[in-house]
Design a protein around this ligand. Structure first.
Ligand SMILES: [Zn+2]
Ligand SMILES: [Zn+2]
Length: 220
């Protein structure tokens, strides 16, 4: 089977990663015939059974069935699995926004959705354009009743520190800064919930979560 062989290749490369490792990288206990070495399927580091006993699915590495991971990785994988389940569906379905590009005053009603390969934001209205996710440098989520100011700027860094699922106020818009392909100048994109505000707000909350995950896995 194709999946099974891919899984074996991945596991093989992970297990051959570290033949010399004599101690658990978490609790520092020495490996012997009784205390056997186990590899985290996500980071590939060596642990004892106790420190690497969590079993979580790892869809991005083709492990659909739960696999052994260290404490740090299993937390991250759990969050990702939850994201795959709920948020991704919302992001792919899209939301409708009033979209303003750059500093122009003119806004256009567009549907904004994540592309099926998860790499772009597609914006469709009278015109079509796309933003590559890896080119986004900052993201600011606007909440109901707030006007954009320095204090509400959410970069990937501050998203990490924010508590709760977008707080108590409902997300009503988003400002992105990104660098278009082949350009050195940053571009600003502003989305504002206009029609179906509830659906738009759900989409924004999912985007907020996606940005957090992206930042956390970039950091790993
Ligand atoms: Zn250990
Ligand atoms: Zn790990």
């Amino acid at each position: 089977m194709r999946w099974a062989s891919l899984r074996n290749i991945l596991f093989f490369s992970v297990s051959s990663f570290c033949l010399q490792c004599p101690r658990c990288m978490q609790c520092d206990s020495k490996f012997d015939f009784i205390r056997r070495k186990h590899h985290c399927r996500r980071c590939g580091r060596c642990f004892c059974n106790k420190c690497c006993s969590n079993k979580v699915a790892l869809p991005r590495m083709c492990f659909v069935d739960p696999v052994r991971q260290c404490a740090e990785c299993s937390l991250l994988s759990q969050k990702e699995a939850e994201f795959y389940d709920k948020q991704l569906r919302v992001l792919l379905a899209g939301g409708t926004f009033g979209v303003t590009l750059g500093t122009t005053e003119k806004s256009e009603t567009m549907t904004c959705r994540l592309s099926t390969n998860h790499r772009y934001l597609f914006l469709d209205g009278e015109s079509h354009f796309e933003v590559e996710l890896s080119r986004i440098s900052s993201m600011q989520i606007l909440a109901d009743g707030t006007s954009p100011g320095e204090s509400d700027v959410h970069t990937y860094t501050s998203l990490l520190d924010s508590h709760g699922e977008g707080g108590t106020s409902r997300a009503s818009g988003m400002i992105l800064h990104y660098k278009p392909m082949g350009s050195q100048d940053g571009q600003q994109l502003r989305l504002e919930a206009t029609e179906d505000k509830k659906a738009a707000s759900l989409w924004l909350a999912a985007m907020h979560k996606a940005a957090k995950l992206l930042y956390e896995s970039r950091d790993q």
